[in-house]
Design a protein around this ligand. Structure first.
Ligand code: ADP
Length: 472
């Protein structure tokens, strides 16, 4: 199983293991989640408003068209009668224009009956026939257009197979409603009198909906701006108590370590003095004295580690005081230092030759980083195993890898290994002396140097820790 520890910075931060600059990452994540939620809510709101208004306005338009149609249906019989009379009376027939086929062309209602009659037949005035936005057409039973009124008519011919309740058709910028008209009060299949078709422009509706879309869009932008500002404020406020308790916790660790340091130094000094005068110690107590010396030694290492972490937590990296360091030489020193120990543990320590790569940093801290990883590799690898130290260049970074063929780390434990004081159970039974601070220190040092540590591990096969540092 391969894991990348850097992928869980928030979890580590929440566990109190990360440095304060990672608050920024958490704040950004909170802010992003908040903004995504707010965008989803306001987007849904705008969509609902738009669809409700659009449906409502469309329904109003349909209702209006149908009202006009109903009104026009009632006039078809009388209009047809007048039209037929006009065609059959010789002296008036010349008033009806003919098309190239000799068929009579449609005339307007007001031409047929006079404006007053037209208005009164339709029983409504300009509202029913607003010439700029509406048109009404009356057809005979064969679908021949006899009379029309208004300004807007579709180019499409009237479909004759209309359902009895009428048919609504949407054209670009136009909507029509056509209905067959049958004789009223007739029994059975009433004879067809003709058809009526009402047309209305949808341009007004479209421009109204366009304005609404703009309004919602602009409103959405204002809401997004306000949400971002309030989100910034909210996330900062909500993190304040967390930051405060984080700082308090760090301060407590630092103070406690400081307070422990002096008594520990006193104990170690006293034990050292006693050990230099064995004649003054009762032989039965000699072993106990050794145990006290070893425990106080261990405690003072622990306190030193805690103080180092506390100092690095407090400080921003002092890059002004950093030196340019040859990583290959630093690793070479490490191999010289730990070569014997590897040999004693019957381990093969593979190393070099390495390219000459330079990084900027604090020599003591970087040495500590690699020491922690190398001693872990030596500690957690059974005799006969191998530990390999490699150094290579990748883009603008130096990549150091400490690889072993040791006990490995279970996948579910990997997210915890950089937590302070965390140790795997297998590690406890394998090696007693550890404190669980080594990797936390290594990670803090790497981060201080603008680098990172990642780990890949397979239980019983081994682990590989990769440290990336920017090249000088
Ligand atoms: P410790 O003092 O216990 O070595 P570290 O912080 O260095 O503390 O390591 C934390 C834990 O990570 C160890 O207790 C062990 O469980 C695991 N670990 C670290 N390095 C290795 C490794 N090379 N192989 C297997 N487990 C490791």
């Amino acid at each position: 199983m391969v894991w990348d520890i850097d992928s869980t910075p928030t979890a580590k931060w929440l566990a109190g293991q990360a440095r304060p600059n990672q608050f920024r990452a958490l704040r950004n994540r909170l802010l992003l989640s908040y903004l995504a939620l707010a965008a989803a809510i306001s987007g849904t709101f705008a969509t609902v408003v738009y669809s409700v208004v659009s449906r409502d306005r469309n329904a109003q338009l349909n209702e209006h068209i149908e009202q006009v149609a109903v009104s026009a249906v009632g006039t078809l019989e009388i209009i047809q009668h007048e039209y037929v009379e006009l065609l059959t009376e010789d002296e008036d027939r010349s008033q009806v224009p003919l098309d190239p086929d000799g068929l009579p062309q449609p005339i307007t209602l007001s031409d047929l009956m006079g404006q007053y009659e037209a208005d009164s037949i339709l029983d409504v005035e300009s509202d029913l026939l607003p010439p700029a936005h509406q048109g009404v057409q009356w057809y005979d039973p064969q679908g021949h257009l006899m009379v029309q009124e208004g300004m807007i008519f579709p180019d499409a011919p009237l479909p004759l197979d209309l359902p009895s309740q009428g048919l609504r058709v949407q054209y670009p910028n136009l909507r029509t409603f056509a209905i067959p008209v049958r004789q009223a009060h007739a029994q059975g299949n009433a004879p067809l009198l003709g058809y009526v078709r009402v047309t209305e422009s949808t341009q007004l509706l479209e421009s109204e909906l366009r304005r609404l879309r703009w309004g919602l869009g602009l409103g959405g932008m204002v809401v997004a701006g306000l949400t971002t500002l309030s989100g910034l404020w909210l996330t900062r406020e909500s993190l304040k108590p967390v930051v405060a308790s984080y700082t308090q916790l760090r301060q407590f660790t630092s103070d406690a370590s400081h307070e422990l340091r002096n008594p520990l130094t006193a104990i170690r000094a006293s034990v050292a003095v006693m050990q230099t005068h064995p004649e003054r110690v009762h032989p039965a107590d000699w072993e106990k004295l050794g145990a006290i010396a070893s425990a106080s030694e261990q405690m003072s290492h622990l306190v030193d580690d805690l103080l180092l972490l506390a100092r690095m937590d407090r400080q921003t990296p002092q890059s002004a005081t950093w030196r340019t360091l040859a990583l290959d030489e630093l690793l070479e020193d490490l191999v010289d230092l730990y070569g014997d120990r590897a040999q004693q543990a019957h381990l093969i320590l593979q190393h070099g030759p390495w390219p000459s790569l330079q990084v900027k940093g604090d020599a003591a801290q970087l040495q500590r980083l690699f020491t922690n990883l190398l001693t872990n590799a030596l500690q957690y690898t059974p005799a006969g195993g191998q530990v390999t130290l490699t150094l290579q260049r990748t883009a603008q970074q130096a990549l150091v890898q400490v690889e072993d063929t040791g006990i490995g780390i279970a996948a579910e434990q990997i997210p915890h290994i950089f937590d302070r004081f965390w140790r795997a159970d297998s590690a406890r039974s394998w090696h007693q002396g550890g404190s669980g601070l080594g990797l936390a220190i290594a990670q803090t040092i790497a981060q201080h140097h603008h680098g990172s540590i990642t780990v890949q591990s397979t239980p019983n096969l081994g682990s590989c820790f990769s440290i990336r540092l920017p090249l000088a």
